[in-house]
Design a protein around this ligand. Structure first.
Ligand SMILES: *Cc1c(COP(=O)(O)O)cnc(C)c1O
Length: 487
């Protein structure tokens, strides 16, 4: 079927805007509460955007996890769900979708991405193991360490530069990989993990060429490769856009090739297919059998894995939709627009634009806040207060406290503003950019945060913080001066 892609639509007036190639059929009303109410809400939520009630949020840019818009076909598919504990027809439709889209025969269903990480980690990691990867994800790292493993991030020198035009900041550095395996011994490396559209460093993709180079090292050492495919659709899109060899390939072929390089592929379908749930797949019976018994133990029977059959149906349809360029390019298109506009305004933002969201660099945005006072968390709270837009801290709050009582300072302090697929409009995006600009012009009014209640594990989810002084009041006073009391 020939069809124009979002990036191909040209304007007579020369503007370069992402055009929505879908129409709105079901809507949800949003609230934009006045600034005083937003302050109360964030105080109640311990200055942690995870603890806000969505009712108090205008644009929910916390995450793309489970928040992508579902398609008409996904919703329709839920009506044919086959309720059965064992052997549901819904499961077999999903299994077929995974086989088609990822090219792997053997499928284990799980209730979400971290459940896959639990099973992979418990099965393959023993105490003292070393796991090389392009970059960690929060839940990945937690599960691997829980099983006694230690993760090593062997990204390229470009990966952590905020401003860059390097197209594949998610690549693994091949020399560092070789050194690492040599240093710790291949027998202590259970697998090499590659994460598509590397989440925590700005949704940055790796190239197919890099995957092939990693494969070569893996083969030389008899090590398997595990692909975290939660954001694989977008990574495939960037391969098509940025790796000339693939300019004319279909997304489906790219997906198949990526998965073919790795023995095990796991994913969160909260991201990849706009539903809930997740899965693990492989072509190796040996690897499959090693993991299989943990599914009934932690998830549910092998034909539902903790998911409802309705979710399983929608996941099957969503997986096929992930091979559709007009579907998967929508979010990167809006992110590109937002990143380029923010960059024009000199607001520090990760470039090149990646998947998942726009990532604002809080260390440059708020250089007066030391990392110990959590600049990215402060920026997330401040943006919410002045706009009702909810982003997510991806910095030292999302890191851990060391045994000596100090924070493990994070490599980057990012405010992530997620653009779930097909959810926000262009004027909403412009509103976000406008408020970020106001905040940037008034950035000296934003101060730091401190923990008042700090959980031991994954503290960013439930931790409660407080401002180090009365900066929120000063920020609001200036905001009201510029916008009045009601906004
Ligand atoms: C979200 C995510 C996970 C975890 O998935 P959940 O469904 O939220 O448990 C794992 N890896 C990556 C790269 C992710 O983005």
């Amino acid at each position: 079927m020939s069809q124009n892609k979002p990036g191909q639509i040209k304007f007579y007036n020369g503007e370069d805007l992402p055009v929505e190639l879908h129409k709105v059929r079901i809507v949800q009303k949003l609230n934009l509460k006045p600034v005083d109410e937003r302050l109360k809400a964030i105080e109640k939520g311990g200055f942690n955007t995870f603890l806000l009630n969505n009712e108090d949020v205008f644009l929910d840019m916390l995450t793309d996890s489970g928040t992508n818009a579902m398609s008409d076909n996904q919703l329709a598919s839920m009506h044919q769900a086959d309720d059965a504990y064992a052997g549901s027809r819904s499961f077999f439709r999903m299994e077929k979708a995974i086989q088609d889209v990822f090219g792997k025969k053997l499928v284990l269903p799980v209730h979400q991405g971290r459940a896959a990480e639990n099973i992979v980690s418990q099965t393959f990691i023993k105490k003292g193991d070393v796991i090389p990867m392009n970059y960690h994800f929060t839940t990945t790292k937690a599960h691997m360490e829980l099983n006694g493993g230690k993760i090593y991030e062997i990204y390229t020198d470009e990966a952590l530069k905020i401003k860059s035009d390097y197209p594949f900041k998610g690549n693994i550095d091949i020399d560092k990989l070789k050194e690492l395996i040599e240093k710790y011994g291949k027998e202590n490396v259970p697998f090499i993990r590659m994460e598509a559209s590397t989440n925590l460093i700005g949704g940055q993709p790796f190239s197919m060429e890099n995957m092939r180079q990693v494969r070569k090292i893996a083969d030389e050492n008899g090590i398997i490769m595990v692909l975290d495919a939660s954001l694989i659709g977008e990574n495939a899109w960037f391969i098509k856009e940025r790796e000339p060899e693939y300019a004319n390939s279909s997304i489906k072929d790219i997906l198949n090739e990526m998965c073919d390089i790795c023995e095990i592929v796991y994913f969160s379908s909260r991201k990849v297919s706009s539903t809930r749930g997740g899965g693990i797949c492989t072509n190796s019976e040996e690897l499959f059998n090693k993991m299989r018994d943990l599914v009934p133990l932690f998830e549910g029977f092998l034909t539902y894995g903790g998911m409802s059959v309705r979710e399983i149906e929608a996941m099957a349809v969503g997986l096929y939709e992930t091979t559709d360029e007009t579907v998967i390019s929508q979010s990167p298109g809006f992110i590109k627009y937002a990143v380029e506009e923010l960059d024009k305004l000199n607001i520090p933002v990760i470039t090149p634009p990646g998947a998942l969201g726009a990532h604002v660099d809080a260390m440059q945005f708020l250089p007066h806040i030391p990392q110990k006072e959590y600049p990215a968390g402060a920026l997330a709270a401040a943006l919410y207060i002045i706009s009702g837009c909810r982003g997510m801290e991806r910095g030292t709050i999302s890191s851990v406290r060391l045994e000596n009582g100090e924070d493990l300072l994070s490599d980057m302090e990012l405010l992530r503003l997620a653009f779930p697929r097909r959810v926000f409009t262009l004027s909403q995006t412009k509103f976000l950019i406008d408020r970020l600009k106001w905040l940037y012009d008034n950035r000296e009014l934003v101060g730091g945060l401190k923990f008042v209640d700090e959980p031991r594990v994954l503290r960013f989810f439930m931790g409660r913080l407080a401002p180090v002084n009365d900066w929120p009041q000063k920020l609001i006073a200036k905001f009201k001066k510029d916008f009045g009391d009601s906004l």
